[in-house]
Design a protein. Structure first.
Length: 113
């Protein structure tokens, strides 16, 4: 996906200017991005180690000052509960608009509890 990321960033910068588009890069392994996309130097990726907990840690790093944000144990609990909802309500293919909507609604309900 590095090529697609480079294309998306280039298009956004061409349309909106170099300072108008903010983005964050998530990568599973340190330094892999620099091997394939040297043009993104100056944009350090958040390394998630290829695991769900790593992604949650990266999200907390991306939004460090978000008011009312949950901590890592709370996010882990929410993910576990959401996986349970997914297994009960959805089939094997969760990459459909209906499945996504179902997961969004469930995540909101779980976050309120």
């Amino acid at each position: 996906m590095p090529f697609e990321l480079g294309v998306a960033v280039a298009i956004a910068m061409a349309q909106q200017g170099p300072d108008a588009h903010q983005f964050r890069i998530f990568e599973g392994k340190p330094y892999r991005l620099q091997q394939s996309l040297s043009d993104l130097l100056g944009h350090d990726p958040y390394i998630h180690r290829g695991c769900a907990e790593g992604v949650l840690e990266c999200l907390l790093d991306v939004f460090p000052n978000l008011s009312g944000a949950p901590d890592l144990p709370e996010l882990q609990r929410l993910c576990k509960d959401l996986r349970r909802v997914r297994s009960k309500r959805l089939g094997a293919n969760i990459f459909t608009p209906k499945a996504f909507s179902t997961l969004v609604v469930a995540a909101r309900e779980l976050a309120r509890n």
